[in-house]
Design a protein around this ligand. Structure first.
Ligand SMILES: NC(=O)c1ccc[n+]([C@@H]2O[C@H](COP(=O)([O-])OP(=O)(O)OC[C@H]3O[C@@H](n4cnc5c(N)ncnc54)[C@H](O)[C@@H]3O)[C@@H](O)[C@H]2O)c1
Length: 338
């Protein structure tokens, strides 16, 4: 198995570690001289461009971890060379371009896996099966939060504070993808956003109202400029780089019970469903595991043709369309219908 990693920044280095540990790393593509040193350390070839890399040797698969605005260009490089690709989220910065990429991949029969890695988390699998088994009853209301504080040096990388970046595109897209996965399709939404805390071109805070296809209503808030523990990053323990808090960041409210994530606490009345009756907390067991590692194993299976992508290019586009609708709703003040 030969996998090239394109983009050796914050998340690219994590992929490089995992792919290298598996013994599958074949090349690193990134014009930054720091990537050359990393390639030397890993004992693999270093290339400035995807074309240079593929001219030297076509890998079995590639992971794209470049800035959002370059995903389509690099995705097409892979698709046109018949290389199965894991594209970091968001699949692109624009859904129209992402749709063209997915169409090209479909035409050539090249699989695209989108890096919404949280869907690979055993915790999410347990939550999804609790919902599908009807333990919550009908989903009525959903609340999700991404609240944390990013240090100033995070923004020394320019693209993160420019159009196509921002916490809605970079972070909230994970939460939106999970909400779609767990609660169903979003059919309309309203949103407001603010750049008041940081003063960047992109938002630092946004609030969203959503209607799901099954009739449930949702509220979602995102801010990378509040000191708070209520985000997937600071509650799930998924990434040891963040210190874990015992809080939850999603609440999924059903007609029979409610589920908080990621602590998996399930609240329900033992007897009659009534605010006068005692309400009890239960929890479902699940295995702790690194979803990025599981995602990589899954990507190998996709490359080998043993399975289809858990998060396909089409799914990536649909999640991106919701995020685009949030930006449009915030800019126009109008309800967006998906
Ligand atoms: N799944 C996750 O949890 C997660 C976490 C962080 C970032 N991401 C996503 O991963 C992507 C990268 O984010 P990041 O924070 O690592 O960014 P980053 O800026 O830290 O890294 C991007 C890297 O791409 C390189 N690059 C730029 N132009 C290139 C080109 N033409 N060819 C090859 N390499 C090029 C840069 O030199 C840099 O090393 C983004 O799409 C982001 O949304 C996903």
């Amino acid at each position: 198995m030969k996998i090239a990693v394109i983009g050796a920044g914050l998340i690219g280095r994590k992929h490089i570690d995992l792919v290298s540990n598996a013994g599958w790393l074949s090349a690193i593509v990134d014009p930054d001289p720091a990537a050359k040193i990393l390639a030397e350390t890993c004992g693999v070839n270093w290339f400035h461009t995807v074309q240079d890399c593929f001219e030297s040797d076509i890998p079995d698969g590639a992971i794209i971890a470049t800035p959002n605005q370059l995903h389509v260009q690099h995705g097409l490089d892979c698709v046109n060379s018949g290389v199965p690709v894991l594209i970091e989220k968001p699949i692109a910065d624009l859904s129209a371009a992402a749709t063209a990429l997915v169409r090209a991949a479909d035409d050539k029969g090249v699989p695209i896996l989108v890096g919404h890695h949280r869907r690979h988390n055993p915790l999410i699998k347990a939550a999804k099966s609790a919902i599908e088994n009807g333990q919550l009853g009908d989903i009525v209301a959903v609340h999700a939060q991404f609240w944390l504080y990013k240090p100033n040096d995070y923004f020394s990388v320019q693209w993160r504070s420019q159009k196509g970046g921002g916490p809605v595109f970079i972070n909230l897209i994970h939460d939106i993808d999970l909400l779609r996965h767990l609660c169903g399709e979003v059919i309309s939404l309203q949103a407001m956003e603010s750049n008041g805390a940081r003063g960047f071109e992109v938002e630092d805070t946004a609030v969203i109202l959503m209607r799901f296809e099954n009739g449930a209503l949702g509220t979602v808030t995102v801010s990378d400029s509040v000191v708070a523990p209520w985000s997937w990053e600071l509650t799930s323990g998924e990434n040891p780089a963040y210190s874990k808090t015992p809080m939850s960041c999603y609440k999924i409210g059903g007609s029979q019970a409610s589920l908080a994530l990621p602590d998996m606490s399930m609240w329900k009345h033992e007897g009659e469903r009534s605010w006068w009756a005692p309400i009890e907390q239960g929890s479902s067991p699940f295995m702790q595991a690194d979803p990025l590692e599981i995602q990589l194993q899954h990507f190998k299976e996709v490359i080998e043709g043993n399975t289809s992508p858990l998060v396909s290019g089409h799914e990536g586009v649909q999640t991106l369309r919701v995020v685009e609708a949030i930006k449009l709703a915030a800019a126009s003040g109008e309800t967006q219908h998906l």
